[in-house]
Design a protein around this ligand. Structure first.
Ligand SMILES: [Mn+2]
Length: 246
């Protein structure tokens, strides 16, 4: 008999070779995904700490790709939304893993309920410096012309420098500008006419309830994987729980 079906949401794993514990945690999480139980897995960005192109065929990346492929091969659909750290993930990655790539804003039908998914970086509108950079970096013509044609070794160096710059920026920016802007949250939820929004990016896991057009709506924030994993589990009855993964 089929166990109670559920849909899973994860984000901000920041997988890197230097973090073997979290990588192992993710690999065992995938291995335990049972098609009798899991309807779908959504990865809402920043699966990787950095991604310099689908052609960067390292053994680390291959291990992750194969583990994801094993899950989609079992018949569990995996949907992937790019984050600010792995926005260069492309069609080749999707083909190799069997994932379906999602656009930056996506409304899904979650057991009959329309739910809006975003990574979360675009909700942090007070971080003007980052948004200006994002606009340039996310231009597909620009990254093909100026980044993806560079040799991998050079791309790796640039990515490291950008990461260091980003770290310095995150550490120096006042705490509150790194969180979402409530106005932006309300605007986007209204635009897509949803009562539930799920996102990651801020590393501030929570269920936020507030009024929007006199209705109670919910913003669910996924947790980053630091010392352990975390996933949002949703079932057909509408129950949503953030669960620790160890
Ligand atoms: Mn992020």
């Amino acid at each position: 008999m089929r166990r109670e079906p559920k849909t899973l949401f994860i984000s901000d794993l920041h997988l890197a070779e230097s973090e073997p514990f979290i990588t192992a945690c993710f690999l065992s999480y995938l291995a335990e995904c049972d098609p009798q139980e899991v309807d779908a897995l959504y990865i809402l960005g920043d699966l990787f700490e950095s991604w310099i192109g689908d052609d960067n065929d390292t053994s680390f990346n291959r291990t992750i790709i194969n583990a994801i492929k094993a899950v989609t091969d079992k018949g569990i659909p995996i949907y992937f939304m790019r984050g600010n750290r792995d926005f260069l993930i492309g069609n080749k990655f999707a083909r190799k893993t069997g994932c379906v790539l999602l656009p930056d804003e996506k409304v899904i039908n979650l057991y009959g309920e329309p739910v809006l998914l975003v990574h979360g970086d675009t909700l942090c509108t007070r971080d003007k410096k980052y948004l200006a950079w994002r606009k340039k970096a996310r231009n597909p013509i620009l990254h093909t012309l100026f980044f993806l044609i560079l040799p991998l070794s050079l791309r790796r160096r640039i990515a490291n420098q950008l990461r260091m710059k980003s770290k310095a920026h995150t550490q120096n920016a006042p705490m509150d500008i790194m969180d979402v802007t409530q106005d932006e949250v309300m605007t986007i939820m209204q635009k897509y006419k949803v009562k539930t929004l799920i996102h990651g990016h801020t590393h501030r896991p929570a269920f936020h309830q507030f009024k929007l057009n006199s209705e109670t709506v919910t913003r669910i924030v996924l947790a980053a994987w630091h010392t352990h994993g975390s996933a949002l589990e949703c079932n057909a009855a509408g129950v949503k729980t953030l669960k620790e993964i160890t």
